[in-house]
Design a protein around this ligand. Structure first.
Ligand code: UN1
Length: 509
């Protein structure tokens, strides 16, 4: 087990042992299956986790609900102060936690640490928000009346997160949910439980130090635990990150019980390079967008739409960059690495099948296309050309580093192709023309939630609302007014007159 190897001593600094309990409800427990967790770069076992079962989840919900009853009564700026302390605690563990993200998920160390940084950033944001999540005062049509809007908490917020952002997605949800007065129940991906456990430990240390109840609970587990969380009426908001197919079911189930749902589902993100783009900057953006996190971000560039005038030159340069990358393949914890492994065997299978399907449809592999001969789940980042813009394989999201390159006649055609897929997460346009820029962000432009200009479609900051339209699910997390989704809105009419006038001048006597 890697846990016994002194090279990975940061695991012990995070409190990880050979066998770990995957449930936290004030105590660490778990009565479900014992599973192993692996380093995707070597397939070696890191450690073991005893997961939760449905009964454990039930207890977590109960305890989270009890904690909520106390937590919601505390002044919001006090809750903000607690989240500020969580941010500080995360600062202390930034490096070891980032390394654990790298080791268990497989993304390179800089990205692992960057992910923890996003959690720290959202804590700062949420601390400020705790003094600022204002409602409004609106004019009433009745004399000596006023309409007030107030944002109140919901109760238990359930977070189901995915393997690819095993730390930050919990952070975006939890920090905001907590300052507005909710408690949180988390289920991380079944294949990244050590990250969930280490993160929960850091967060709950702060709660304990402040003599607070378990406002954050954790239940690692499988599909049965997930289903119960989706169906349980006490989970007032279910924030789900994952595939469009599972998200569709989650959405329907939560709606059946009139719960609230926040969906962050698949993307099929296009990067458009117009003929007036800054060529070198666009090349850097494409390289990072396609290959960063080995193609396993929701915001990864899946389609590159290039103006025909610069198509050949751009493609040629990009292929060279891809070829140069092969020297930088390695273990994610090795600082020289910029391409780590895929997360698991399913991803490798999806890669192989997709390459096969693309070639059968007449696609040309410009570079890549093979599994890399190393112990872990490594594959070559791949560029495919020569497919029609609406080929079925292009319209589907495959969570691997394959990009389809399309040649567009003009910007209008490029925008049409950008919008023709069912997903609507992220998009970007490279241009120096001011008219094209404003067209791109207008009603005639990109229909995605994220509409970038002269920067990559992936790598969003926490300050904006993060999420997408259409089959991406419509949810927004992180900045802007995404916090409203974690609240119920109370519309309050106050009468400070001595009469009881009715609205619309109605007389009722
Ligand atoms: C995801 O892939 O689930 O914009 C989220 C980005 C990251 C978030 C990605 N900040 O790429």
């Amino acid at each position: 087990y890697l846990i016994d190897d002194p090279k990975f001593s940061f695991l012990k600094d995070l409190g990880i042992k050979r066998t770990n309990k995957g449930v936290y409800n004030g105590e660490w427990c778990g009565n479900g299956e014992v599973t192993k967790t692996y380093d995707p770069a070597t397939k070696e076992v890191i450690a073991e986790v005893q997961n939760g079962n449905v009964e454990d989840l039930n207890n977590c919900i109960k305890i989270a609900d009890d904690s909520y009853k106390h937590w919601k009564t505390l002044p919001a700026p006090f809750r903000g102060e607690i989240v500020r302390q969580i941010g500080d605690e995360l600062r202390k563990y930034r490096e070891p936690l980032g390394k654990l993200v790298s080791l268990e998920m497989g993304k390179i160390q800089a990205e692992g640490i960057g992910e923890v940084q996003e959690f720290i950033d959202i804590c700062d944001y949420a601390t400020g928000l705790s003094r600022m999540f204002a409602g409004q005062v609106l004019p009433s049509e009745r004399s000596q009346h006023v309409i007030i809007e107030k944002w109140n908490p919901l109760g238990v917020v359930g977070v189901i997160s995915a393997f690819n952002f095993p730390n930050a997605v919990f952070g975006w949800n939890a920090a905001i949910a907590m300052v507005v007065g909710n408690s949180v129940l988390w289920k991380g991906a079944p294949s990244t439980p050590l990250i969930s456990i280490a993160t929960t430990r850091i967060v709950t240390e702060v709660l304990k130090r402040n003599n607070l109840p378990p406002v954050v609970t954790l239940c690692q587990g499988g599909v049965d635990v997930g289903k119960k969380m989706v169906a349980d009426d006490r989970v007032k908001l279910l924030s789900f990150t994952g595939s469009t197919n599972v998200g569709r079911e989650v959405g329907v189930e939560v709606q059946k019980r009139f719960g609230k749902v926040l969906l962050e589902l698949g993307g099929n993100n296009a990067l458009i390079i117009n003929d007036d783009a800054d060529f070198d900057m666009a090349l850097d953006a494409a390289f990072f967008g396609c290959i960063g996190t080995a193609g396993q971000r929701c915001t990864t560039t899946r389609r590159l739409i290039i103006h025909e005038k610069i198509y050949d030159a751009f493609l040629e340069k990009l292929i060279l960059r891809y070829k140069g990358l092969m020297k930088r393949v390695g273990h994610p914890l090795d600082e020289a690495t910029i391409l780590g492994p895929l997360h698991n065997q399913q991803a490798v299978d999806a890669y192989t099948n997709t390459i096969k399907e693309a070639t059968n449809l007449g696609g040309k592999i410009e570079v890549g296309g093979n599994i890399i001969d190393r112990p872990g789940y490594f594959v070559e980042p791949t560029i495919v050309t020569n497919l029609p813009h609406d080929a079925p394989v292009i319209k589907r999201e495959t969570f691997v580093p394959i990009v389809y390159v399309l040649k567009a006649k003009n910007l209008d055609q490029a925008i049409e192709w950008n919008n023709e897929v069912e997903q609507g997460l992220s998009s970007a346009l490279f241009t120096k023309n001011i008219g094209s820029t404003f067209n791109w962000i207008s009603e005639n432009g990109s229909d995605c939630g994220i509409v970038n200009i002269n920067t990559s479609p992936s790598g969003a900051e926490i300050g904006g609302a993060f999420g997408g339209e259409k089959a991406t699910g419509g949810g927004r997390e992180s900045g802007s007014d995404a916090w409203k989704q974690y609240c119920r809105r109370s519309t309050i009419t106050v009468n400070y007159s001595q009469q009881l006038p009715l609205a619309q001048g109605l007389v009722f006597e």
